[in-house]
Design a protein around this ligand. Structure first.
Ligand SMILES: *[C@@H]1O[C@H](CO)[C@@H](O)[C@H](O)[C@H]1NC(C)=O
Ligand SMILES: *[C@@H]1O[C@H](CO)[C@@H](O)[C@H](O)[C@H]1NC(C)=O
Ligand SMILES: *[C@@H]1O[C@H](CO)[C@@H](O)[C@H](O)[C@H]1NC(C)=O
Ligand SMILES: *[C@@H]1O[C@H](CO)[C@@H](O)[C@H](O)[C@H]1NC(C)=O
Ligand SMILES: *[C@@H]1O[C@H](CO)[C@@H](O)[C@H](O)[C@H]1NC(C)=O
Ligand SMILES: *[C@@H]1O[C@H](CO)[C@@H](O)[C@H](O)[C@H]1NC(C)=O
Ligand SMILES: *[C@@H]1O[C@H](CO)[C@@H](O)[C@H](O)[C@H]1NC(C)=O
Ligand SMILES: *[C@@H]1O[C@H](CO)[C@@H](O)[C@H](O)[C@H]1NC(C)=O
Ligand SMILES: *[C@@H]1O[C@H](CO)[C@@H](O)[C@H](O)[C@H]1NC(C)=O
Ligand SMILES: *[C@@H]1O[C@H](CO)[C@@H](O)[C@H](O)[C@H]1NC(C)=O
Ligand SMILES: *[C@@H]1O[C@H](CO)[C@@H](O)[C@H](O)[C@H]1NC(C)=O
Length: 758
């Protein structure tokens, strides 16, 4: 996924470079990098030092371009680009995708372009080369040293829920909500001299999603995203959250309000690494942009050897509050999942908020348990309706997505789509060797024999062992060749369709430790706690990867309706699922370990190893892409595509446009109190009062909800929760809403095989 986002981001980044508010180069006493160094030294008390954005920019653009190193980097990414499943589709997408989602992108052409520009000396410095580059990952020069930021967070809200939204400064909305009653926030009319709408729609394109309404929402401060703390997209891309952290915002930001006031803020950069000994661009290059980077204070990430999220004891996301959320019935420690009850007129309604499908190894089992406990509690408490809120959900562990769906619909089919990946030399050789090794070995969890145990972990449950998956009829494949295919399409080759064997005894190795409801030890689970028409799913469009697998099942199999929130200031419906719909991402270091393991460990003789290493597998030994990767960033390809059951055109779901059933605009109240969102959804679905500005949930979908369910006996626990909710409402203040949340993946050991990294 990083792929699409980076490409969109980098091409638009050149617009940001030409920002009119980039002041002309200043005079520096020494060099700009020496000034950064001095400023950082003077800020030793600050946890993360900051410098003016322009100073950071001038420092980066003073780093000389090392042409030979840059060419080496461009060549070294080629083997990994081949694993990206959608290159031919991105180059030639369906017409509806081009009209409603994004323009075509020629990845291989872009890479050739960078190469010829490097060869033709068309780049002046190290930074510029990446700005024009279709790199699929964030190179050090873009992400290691500085992250860009703005001082003010914005929201986009409708005055009355019907009028098109306008942008506001979030602290103004907070002041209006909790401060002096007389203050009225003025909408922002223009930014840096451009209409706010155009500026923000263009800026939105830097984000990681493909859908433009979802991208627009991601510009702003959003409660669900903020609740993920440093492992989420921070306070929105406008402030430098998520992928916004890699885009130079210019020296200043000028906001002109509708009331005529104009305010100018200086932008800044967070300095992420030590500048000790840095005196100029050359010394910065030598310290941070080569293979011999200093070891950081953070533990380097252990090379992944499995697609699976594995339990780990490494540091997790900094504990984070969930401002704007009421007291939960249950909530996971990192806010990855939480169950809530609405009160008063809405007391028949339970809400399961799921801003992640688990990206932290230690949370896999608690995540599943909270779903189980909350659904049981909600039923026991007599709740009649369920809202599932997947806002901010960039995915996580694939099988958690299947599991949550199966917890809700225990008697329905667990599949709505088949998977496939690119069929080419590397995947064929790896699959042949993995399958050969696994042939005849038992599938057993945790065997006593250590040699076997390692194979049970690394080889036997792999999708490169043809015995792991089922075909889309639910049968075993007879051989690797039967799985590999290939199917020819658009001038490219893909494997035959396959799907997870959810009964597999080795499931815990692919799921971070859980089994899926309805399968294996949980095979007797067939419950349907809520009928489909008593469930509604709401999203901000930031639903990616595993979240899209979950959503495909919820919509296609169960027929549950979806509500999309917010979006661009335009009429009409929007998509509910706006993030990458690929069904599995592969980190590059995992790809490298697959190739090397095949040569080193699956060959029976040195001759065979040499033969394997005379194929494409010889191309995975360079450390350059890893050496030049920005510290604390992810490095991925989209490996598997999902193809909807019955789609004869075999179009990856990524390229299918899917409007939601109803679009609801954010109001100011919804940006400070998430229950205002849930109540608007409940009204529209079951309360006979539609907030949909487009789409329609049908009158009486689910038969309406009981107003004032006072005749229902509330338990002591629920009465206590109601009291705490009232107290929460009364005691909220501006100070509850943090203004220092930013994406920092060095603090969060993000993991997961179906995740879009922020
Ligand atoms: C440029 O990169 C090459 C590696 O490709 C390295 O050997 C050389 O020292 C670098 N030059 C400078 C000036 O850092
Ligand atoms: C309310 O307004 C008064 C007078 O303008 C000001 O001194 C005070 O700081 C304001 N309080 C808040 C919470 O904005
Ligand atoms: C205009 O609106 C802005 C943003 O809400 C506010 O900060 C400013 O004080 C207002 N100016 C006047 C003159 O009311
Ligand atoms: C894979 O990772 C697991 C868990 O971290 C470890 O126990 C195992 O030894 C690793 N295997 C290889 C081949 O590196
Ligand atoms: C699943 O269970 C629900 C609720 O009990 C029922 O209405 C539905 O017909 C069942 N579907 C299937 C396929 O068994
Ligand atoms: C352990 O398992 C490996 C792989 O299946 C096998 O070759 C070996 O004989 C086993 N060792 C013992 C002591 O059973
Ligand atoms: C697809 O496979 C065919 C052989 O089945 C091969 O000739 C062709 O080069 C392959 N295309 C690509 C793009 O790999
Ligand atoms: C799925 O896994 C189970 C348990 O390992 C096995 O019995 C079954 O044959 C597998 N099904 C297919 C279609 O491979
Ligand atoms: C399913 O089986 C487990 C034990 O295997 C048992 O604890 C549970 O009560 C069973 N559930 C149902 C719905 O039968
Ligand atoms: C793979 O082979 C290499 C080289 O022989 C060895 O160092 C490594 O431990 C092996 N890994 C596993 C998981 O067996
Ligand atoms: C495989 O080939 C590459 C490229 O020639 C080489 O760098 C690497 O050391 C080789 N690996 C082995 C195990 O022979």
């Amino acid at each position: 996924m990083l792929l699409r986002g980076s490409i969109a981001g980098l091409s638009i980044a050149s617009i940001a470079l030409a920002n009119p508010l980039h002041l002309s180069p200043r005079d520096y006493a020494a060099s700009p990098c020496a000034e950064v160094s001095a400023s950082v030294a003077a800020q030793s008390a600050a946890a993360t030092p900051t410098v003016p954005a322009q100073l950071a920019y001038d420092c980066l653009t003073s780093v000389p371009l090392n042409k030979s190193a840059a060419l080496e980097l461009v060549d070294s990414v080629v083997p990994y680009f081949r694993w990206q499943s959608t290159t031919v589709w991105l180059k030639d997408p369906p017409q509806e995708y081009v009209e409603k989602i994004q323009e075509p992108v020629d990845i291989w052409g872009g890479l050739d372009d960078i190469k010829s520009k490097l060869e033709g000396d068309e780049y002046d410095n190290e930074y510029e080369s990446t700005h024009d580059g279709h790199f699929v990952y964030v190179p050090d020069v873009l992400g290691t040293v500085f992250n860009w930021a703005r001082k003010i967070a914005l929201v986009s809200v409708s005055e009355d829920g019907k009028a098109l939204p306008k942008p506001y400064v979030y602290s103004d909305v907070l002041a209006e909500s909790f401060g002096n009653a007389s203050f009225t926030a003025s909408p922002i009319k223009s930014i840096d001299g451009q209409s706010a709408k155009d500026y923000l729609e263009n800026w939105a394109q830097f984000g990681s999603l493909q859908d433009r309404d979802a991208l627009y929402n991601n510009v702003f401060y959003e409660l669900a995203i903020v609740s993920l703390g440093s492992s989420g997209a921070g306070m929105g891309t406008f402030t430098g959250g998520g992928r916004g952290r890699w885009v130079y915002p210019g020296a200043e930001t000028e906001l002109e309000f509708e009331n005529g006031t104009t305010v100018t803020y200086e932008n800044y950069a967070r300095v992420l690494v030590s500048f000790s000994g840095v005196t100029d661009g050359v010394s910065l290059y030598q310290k941070w942009f080569t293979a011999n980077k200093p070891t950081t204070t953070e533990e380097p990430e252990a090379p992944a050897n499995s697609t699976t999220a594995t339990p780990s004891s490494t540091p997790t996301a900094a504990a984070t509050p969930a401002p704007g959320y009421p007291p939960p019935v249950y909530r996971e420690a990192h806010n990855l999942i939480g169950g809530y009850y609405l009160t008063d007129d809405y007391s028949d309604i339970a809400v399961l908020s799921v801003p992640s499908f688990v990206s932290l190894g230690s949370a896999e089992i608690p995540f599943q348990q909270i779903g189980e406990k909350f659904l049981a509690a909600a039923k026991a408490a007599g709740k009649k309706k369920l809202i599932v809120d997947v806002s901010a959900n960039g995915g996580g562990t694939i099988l958690q997505g299947y599991d949550l769906y199966k917890q809700l619909f225990g008697n329905l089919s667990a599949y709505a789509a088949g998977d496939r990946f690119r069929a080419f030399e590397s995947t064929d050789i790896i699959g042949t060797k993995f399958s050969e090794k696994a042939e005849g070995l038992p599938r057993v969890l945790d065997p006593a024999n250590a040699t076997l145990a390692e194979l049970e972990y690394d080889v036997i449950p792999s999708l490169f062992n043809y015995q792991t998956d089922e075909d889309i009829e639910g049968n075993n494949f007879p051989s690797w060749d039967a799985k590999f295919g290939p199917l020819h399409q658009k001038g490219d080759n893909f494997t035959n369709l396959f799907r997870w064997n959810l009964s597999d005894v080795l499931t815990p190795y692919n799921s971070g430790g859980i089994y899926v409801h309805g399968f294996g030890p949980l095979a007797n689970y067939t419950a349907t706690p809520f009928a489909a028409e008593d469930i509604i799913v709401v999203t901000d469009g930031y639903c990616a990867s595993t979240c899209t697998i979950f959503s495909e099942l919820m919509r296609q199999r169960a027929g549950v309706k979806y509500v999309s929130l917010g979006g661009r200031p335009r009429e009409g419906i929007s998509q509910a699922v706006g993030g990458v719909k690929g069904t599995n991402d592969y980190p590059w270091d995992y790809i490298q370990s697959l190739a090397q393991y095949t040569v080193l460990n699956l060959s029976s003789t040195p001759e065979e190893a040499a033969q394997l290493n005379s194929t494409e597998l010889s191309e995975y030994w360079s450390s350059t892409p890893f050496d030049r990767l920005a510290i604390g960033s992810a490095i991925n390809v989209n490996f598997r595509d999902g193809i909807r059951d019955g789609d004869e055109t075999n179009t990856p779901l990524q390229f299918v446009y899917e409007p939601s059933d109803c679009r609801i605009l954010y109001t100011k109240e919804m940006t400070v109190d998430v229950t205002a969102i849930w109540k608007a959804v409940a009204d529209s679905a079951w309360g006979g009062k539609s907030h949909c500005i487009a789409g329609d949930l049908g009158s009486g979908y689910g038969g309406g909800y009981k107003k004032r369910a006072s005749n229902r006996q509330m338990s002591v626990e629920e009465r206590s929760l109601v009291r705490r909710t009232e107290m929460w409402k009364r005691s909220r203040s501006v100070a509850d809403y943090p203004m220092d949340v930013w994406t920092d993946l060095t603090k969060s050991n993000l993991d997961g095989n179906g995740i879009m990294y922020p």
